[in-house]
Design a protein. Structure first.
Length: 314
């Protein structure tokens, strides 16, 4: 009597345990596939009561194997019944028809009391056909071509060329705006004189150097200067007024050197100080450059207004 009761309880326990296992049914065509084909696989899962599939356990879409991709995965749930729709795509090919298998998929349910139930979708076999007929006779297999390397040289060359062009354009713009101290834009007579004297690295002032200085002053004034009309220089070049005293002293001293009783032929010494002369020449060149830069900017602003006024009158 007792043994029969124990046997009855064991049978009921086994039936309840079997009933608690999820049921998995897979529907898929198992033949007629070749390279590039899409495979549709439907999986029907019946879960035990009060259990739910963990969506995080579903496989991710993308490359699964070198010859297999999971293109799409969708899920439909209705209480304990779940339908999973897999879309696979096949790549590569084979020489002769052969049986391949999709990978086994392991899913889980949401944990209940800290325990999750494992659901296994078994690997599905299918027949895979070659793209080309099997060759007759001998043929030589060749290794796959290596992947195309990323072209780093062309982008770097373009970037370097663009950077170089940007620098050149920036230097050109700075030069047209006369912002380069070492390369003036349309230098005036005094600026050219200062650059010439700097290149010569003079130890003493020669007669030819004095002639160059006088020529620069004459070009700045627009007339030939003499001691009695030196004021014309400062009237036409008012930016030289801060150097008026130094220029006047140099002009009178050099005039005496040229036309006085003790004129020198090669070397100028005595009343003309080379260092003091170079100081006022550099200061005058800087004043000239700043004045010409300011005038150039004002002219560039006025020119469009004149064109607009002319067009309006026309």
């Amino acid at each position: 009597m007792k043994s029969g009761l124990v046997l009855f309880l064991l049978i009921i326990g086994m039936q309840s345990a079997a009933a608690a296992e999820p049921k998995v049914v897979v529907n898929m065509r198992d033949s007629g596939y070749t390279m590039g084909d899409l495979m549709e696989m439907q999986v029907h899962i019946t879960l035990p009561k009060n259990q739910h599939l963990d969506p995080d356990s579903l496989p991710l879409e993308g490359r699964v194997k070198p010859w297999l991709d999971l293109r799409k995965l969708s899920m439909q749930a209705n209480d304990e019944k779940i339908k999973l729709s897999f879309t696979w795509q096949l790549f590569a090919t084979v020489e002769i028809a052969q049986a391949l298998k999709l990978p086994e998929i392991v899913l889980k349910t949401l944990p209940i009391q800290g325990k999750a139930q494992v659901i296994t979708i078994p690997a599905q076999a299918f027949q895979y056909s070659p793209v080309f007929a099997y060759p007759i006779g001998k043929h030589q297999r060749r290794a796959d071509l290596p992947p195309i390397k990323f072209d780093e040289k062309t982008p770097l060359s373009i970037a370097l060329a663009s950077f170089t062009l940007a620098i050149l354009l920036g230097l050109l713009w700075a030069w047209t705006q006369d912002l380069l101290a070492w390369l003036p834009h349309k230098p005036g007579p005094l600026t050219q004189l200062a650059r010439q004297l700097k290149r010569q690295q003079l130890q003493t002032l020669q007669t030819q150097d004095l002639q160059h200085i006088h020529a620069a002053l004459n070009a700045t004034a627009g007339v030939t200067l003499y001691p009695n009309n030196l004021v014309v220089l400062f009237e036409k070049a008012s930016y030289l007024l801060p150097q008026q005293l130094a220029i006047s002293q140099f002009f009178n001293a050099s005039w005496q050197q040229f036309y006085g009783h003790q004129s020198a032929v090669h070397t100028i010494s005595g009343s003309i100080d080379k260092n003091a002369t170079l100081v006022w020449v550099n200061q005058a060149a800087l004043s000239e450059r700043l004045f010409r830069r300011k005038t150039s900017h004002q002219t560039s602003k006025i020119a469009p207004k004149r064109k607009l006024a002319t067009a309006f009158i026309a």
